[in-house]
Design a protein around this ligand. Structure first.
Ligand code: PHE
Length: 488
């Protein structure tokens, strides 16, 4: 433990962790997925539920992961093994680390394809390839972009290489350095885009759409999607945050850093909405066009506006940077595990990982063209990667993390790492023991189609279930009381 503490690299600057973790959190999830999900699930009500999920599940899980990483000072596998061994528990828990590491890698295998779209559209904007296109042309352009495996593959290869070059340069010289300029740059571009949106004529409609609460549009499906998205957007249970946490200096406050990252991530998602929807509304378009929102509707809208091409270019530069600062975090767990355990240099580990990544992501990329018929149970390889990670591995991993932190480890471990005021600690414990597991179980019920319950109208039942499991849990495990008594 002590040798690890001394030999593990740490973030150089005061803002190193916050920028890197925010860079990981802010990505395609915020700028591509969140706006179109908000569009599909009806606006303000979805946004509100999403905020509740971030606070009640996302923040407690993230705190747990950072604490596990910093305590164990290693990749998810090594860190979890050290932490459970310290508490005298079975090292089988390190399977949780394996799953997290695999999850990050699997997400990246389809993420590079979508990030490749962003680079491709940046190029189309720069080269004027979208000029004068109609609605139908836009759909055809999007289709053509995916139909050619060579060009689509070239764009995702570019993302793969860029990711591995940055990660290969190390935690301080690669990751910390690149997020140090990409994150501020991204925020500045986003602010410029919002300012542009304000003068577009659709800003009022966008504000109304994002923030007006309309209970009638709240559906169970939307609520569960919001919960699942909370995991994805905060990069949870995928090795990214845990590994970044393993480089966190001892004096940093985990509670405060987590809140900063969660707030920044949420602000960027809302800001992305404020940048995109005004332009959409100003052109009389619908917000609910799904995944094609920023690749078809938005470029079309930009074209019709003064200086639209310029702002379109800015938008896709911003999106590409957001994607890169996320993609580097998805492989860091694997690269860190390889360098720590296989006696190879970081550079070699990065290139090795990159080659496997390239092979698997190529297979995912083919789902859009020559592999369009290669389906299993109706899903392409691309869709399978998405389904397995977002719907199963992330919630399952999150459940493992909170049970580990909430029940399994000796209570002193988390209390020392988190170092919170007693009441805040008690709140965290209540969240990770009961609220987060219940929320996560609901995602499973939904993902596995176990039951078709209308959660939106059944919230009193859910509250009752929460109360019952809390009472049972606290009777079965006297640690909450003990830990509070021990502290004060
Ligand atoms: N949070 C990233 C996004 O919103 C995605 C991500 C998932 C990054 C898992 C790292 C690990 O796009």
């Amino acid at each position: 433990m002590t040798t690890n503490e001394q030999s593990r690299t740490q973030w150089l600057g005061r803002w190193g962790f916050v920028l890197a973790a925010t860079g990981s959190a802010v990505g395609l999830g915020n700028i591509w997925k969140f706006p179109y999900m908000t569009g599909e699930y009806g606006g303000g009500a979805f946004v509100l539920v999403y905020l509740v999920c971030i606070l009640s599940v996302g923040v407690p899980v993230m705190m747990t992961e950072i604490a596990l990483g910093r305590r164990g000072r290693g990749s998810p596998i090594d860190a979890i093994r050290r932490v459970v061994t310290e508490s005298g528990r079975t090292s089988a828990w390190s399977l949780l680390g394996w799953m997290a590491m695999a999850c990050g890698f699997m997400i990246l295998c389809f993420y590079v394809v979508v990030a490749g779209w962003s680079f491709a559209y940046l190029w189309k904007m720069l080269s004027g390839g979208l000029a004068g296109s109609s609605v139908d042309d836009m759909a055809a352009i999007f289709g053509a972009n995916n139909a050619n495996p060579f060009s689509l593959g070239a764009w995702s290869t570019l993302v793969t290489v860029a990711t591995m070059v940055i990660v290969g340069k190390g935690v301080q010289g690669g990751i910390e350095k690149s997020v140090g300029w990409m994150m501020p740059g991204m925020v500045v571009m986003l602010l410029i885009m919002i300012a542009y949106g304000m003068f577009s004529g659709g800003f009022g409609d966008a504000l109304h759409f994002l923030f007006a609460f309309n209970a009638a549009s709240l559906s169970s499906e939307g609520m569960l999607a919001a919960m699942g998205h909370a995991f994805f957007t905060l990069s949870l249970a995928s090795g990214a945050i845990l590994t970044y946490g393993s480089y966190l200096p001892r004096h940093a406050s985990i509670g405060r850093t987590t809140l900063t990252v969660a707030v920044a991530d949420t602000l960027v998602a809302l800001m992305a909405g404020l940048a995109i929807f005004p332009v959409i509304f100003a052109n009389g378009m619908e917000p609910n066009s799904g995944p094609g929102l920023i690749f078809m509707s938005l470029p079309l809208a930009f074209q019709a506006m003064p200086l639209g091409t310029l702002f379109g270019i800015l938008f896709f530069i911003m999106l590409s940077m957001a994607a890169l600062t996320s993609s580097i975090s998805m492989v860091e767990a694997t690269v860190s595990w390889l360098t720590d355990n296989k006696g190879i240099s970081r550079r070699a580990a990065s290139w090795g990982t990159g080659i496997v990544l390239w092979l698997v992501s190529t297979l995912a990329m083919l789902s859009f063209n020559i592999g369009a018929d290669w389906t299993l149970a109706g899903k392409h390889f691309f869709d399978w990667l998405d389904f397995l990670t977002s719907r199963l591995m992330m919630p399952l991993g999150g459940l493992g993390m909170v049970l580990l932190g909430g029940f399994v480890l000796n209570s002193s471990v988390m209390r020392d790492e988190l170092n919170l005021a007693p009441t805040v600690y008690a709140l965290w414990l209540f969240m990770v023991r009961y609220v987060s597991p219940l929320g996560i179980l609901l995602i499973f019920v939904d993902a596995l189609e176990i039951a078709n319950v209308d959660f939106a109208s059944q919230w009193p039942v859910l509250l009752l279930v929460l109360a019952v499991i809390t009472v049972i849990g606290e009777l079965a495990s006297p640690r909450l009381r003990q830990s509070l008594v021990a502290k004060s």
